[in-house]
Design a protein. Structure first.
Length: 555
């Protein structure tokens, strides 16, 4: 990430005192507060500012000064769509007020809550691990699918856009926008505009709420989690064909590696951890429950690059006029022709085939073990379901219900078949992804995980012992657990809190000389019908008494 704000640029300066007076009447800002204003360094269209008081932070979006292109910079539309989405629970900053009085700061503006989190201006995510890159891109495409799944009527946005015929309107709109902003003739842009108008998709009647500029750098992520906290910049939002949004998000995957003039336009090719196009399409289509075959994707990609070229031309035109929002606006003039040529190449390539699931590929060993598990399940486990059900029905009211039926004990010959402890990579040699497929298979039968010694809570307890236990603890507890000779329990539930969320835990730990004392109340224990004395990871539980348990752990 980069520094997000700078001092307010001269061409976008306005009267802070008039804004302060207005906000003290219209919002929770006090007239006694000190108001500071800084400008966001990014944001190529509507200038955006961080407004701060000693106790609050807000974001202000306004129209740029000077002569504007017709229909552009509609901050009123941004405010309306964000208000509707926030009410529906979709992740956007809460809009607070909309001001049409140009006397306040010189142009129309709106104010919204400031959302704290991470904004990645470089789509390649430098400084982020490969695993987190994958998670961030997956979270982004899931948010896009959620947006396109919203019902326009329930959002009260049925008249927000013109709906059907979106692609034709987009080609026409961006041709006009480009022509109005062009500083020189670029034949590739003219050719691209003609091709798009002659190759409009047949399914241009699908209508959803579309963002219009959905990119990773228009999202705010949680400070530590791969979770979208807010989607920003709704200036181009309307109703129409949702696949145009998806293609716009996928667009950087198709740019030449040489296109690194601006970091947000950098190619994503060869960046470890960033999912490929097929994977992102697969996730999107699964979330929306639609077929993953997108035969007209090339059109949407070419349209997206054409739109990006038009935006780049507009940014450069504002640079020539002296009212551009970003200090690097001059660089965008160099992007227009290469983008148009890239779009023409996309338009002329063969249509892509059905997407695969490359993100979820097992290793060769994982596929082989999965097939062994399937065979064992089909031959031994599934046929035993009726006998197991009869056992528990027969002993439902007797102490025998707490005993494992002999048929399940017999099925544990899975150990001799090499199908034991598959969850533990150090033992099985399988990846977490490999095991996910196996867990899905064993999940088809209630008692199957126990047959393969992959049942909770033993799996989690074995992992903890494997990773953090002493050699003595491993010998005493881990090895018998791995052999299936003993069972373990897990004490989490507490009577006064929703303890399925571990952050609610009321159990306390305090240091007592060289020891640690844990004091807490546990209501139930998984893996055993009554509370029992068990080893803690660094010492022995010395007393367990019905509801209250007291431990001493040797440091």
């Amino acid at each position: 990430m980069e520094e997000l704000t700078t001092p307010v640029r001269q061409q976008h300066a306005f009267s802070v005192s008039r804004l302060h007076t207005y906000l003290s009447v219209k919002s929770r800002v006090s007239n006694e507060d000190t108001l500071t204003v800084r400008q966001y360094s990014a944001g190529q269209s509507n200038p955006t500012f961080l407004i701060q008081t000693p106790s609050d932070s807000f974001v202000l979006r306004k129209k740029p000064p000077g002569d504007l292109l017709p229909g552009a910079h509609k901050v009123d539309r941004e405010y309306r769509v964000q208000k509707a989405l926030f009410s529906a629970g979709f992740p956007v900053p809460q809009p607070l007020l909309h001001c049409t009085d140009a006397e306040v700061i010189g142009t129309e503006f709106y104010l919204m809550e400031h959302v704290k989190g991470r904004v990645f201006r470089d789509l390649r995510l430098p400084g982020v691990s490969a695993a987190e890159r994958t998670a961030l891109y997956m979270a982004a495409v899931e948010a896009l699918a959620k947006l396109h799944s919203l019902d326009l009527a329930s959002l009260n946005l049925e008249g927000f856009g013109k709906g059907a015929g979106y692609c034709k309107r987009q080609v026409s709109t961006w041709t006009k926008q480009y022509t109005a902003a062009a500083h020189r003739d670029i034949p590739a842009m003219n050719e691209l505009s003609d091709w798009l108008m002659k190759n409009l998709p047949a399914n241009d009647n699908e209508v959803a709420l579309v963002h219009g500029d959905f990119r990773l750098d228009n999202l705010i992520f949680h400070p530590t989690e791969a979770r979208v906290m807010a989607v920003l910049d709704w200036e181009l939002s309307t109703t129409g064909q949702p696949l145009a949004d998806l293609a716009y998000f996928l667009m950087p995957h198709h740019w030449p590696s040489s296109m690194n003039i601006v970091s947000t336009l950098g190619s994503l090719k060869g960046i470890e951890g960033i999912p490929n196009v097929a994977d992102l399409i697969s996730i999107y289509c699964r979330c929306r429950k639609i077929p993953s075959s997108l035969p007209e994707l090339n059109f949407y990609l070419a349209l997206s690059v054409f739109k990006m070229a038009g935006i780049a031309q507009g940014i450069y035109a504002r640079h020539l006029l002296g009212n551009a929002s970003a200090p690097n606006a001059e660089e965008f003039g160099q992007c227009v022709e290469p983008l148009a040529q890239t779009a023409l190449q996309l338009a002329q390539r063969s249509a892509p085939g059905p997407t695969g699931d490359g993100l979820f590929l097992q290793t060769a060993k994982g596929r082989a073990v999965l097939q062994q598990v399937k065979d064992f399940m089909r031959q031994y486990v599934l046929p035993a379901q009726e006998e197991v059900a009869e056992y528990y029905s027969k002993h439902a009211q007797s102490p025998q219900r707490w005993h494992t039926p002999q048929v399940i004990e017999d099925l544990k010959r899975a150990r001799q078949a090499g199908l034991y402890n598959l969850f533990l990579s150090a033992v099985s040699g399988l990846s977490q992804l490999d095991y996910a497929f196996i867990a899905e298979e064993t999940g088809r039968c209630l008692f199957a995980p126990e047959v393969f010694n992959c049942q909770a809570p033993d799996t989690g307890n074995m992992e903890v012992l494997h990773m953090f236990g002493s050699e003595q603890q491993k010998k005493k507890w881990l090895e018998p657990l791995l052999r299936g000779e003993i069972r373990s329990c897990f004490c989490m539930t507490e009577p006064d809190v929703a303890s399925s969320d571990a952050t609610n835990m009321q159990c306390t730990l305090r240091r007592d000389g060289d020891d640690y004392v844990i004091d807490g109340k546990k209501w139930w224990s998984s893996g055993k019908s009554v509370s029992v004395s068990v080893d803690c990871i660094r010492g022995e539980m010395i007393l367990c008494k019905q509801d209250h348990c007291f431990w001493t752990i040797n440091s």
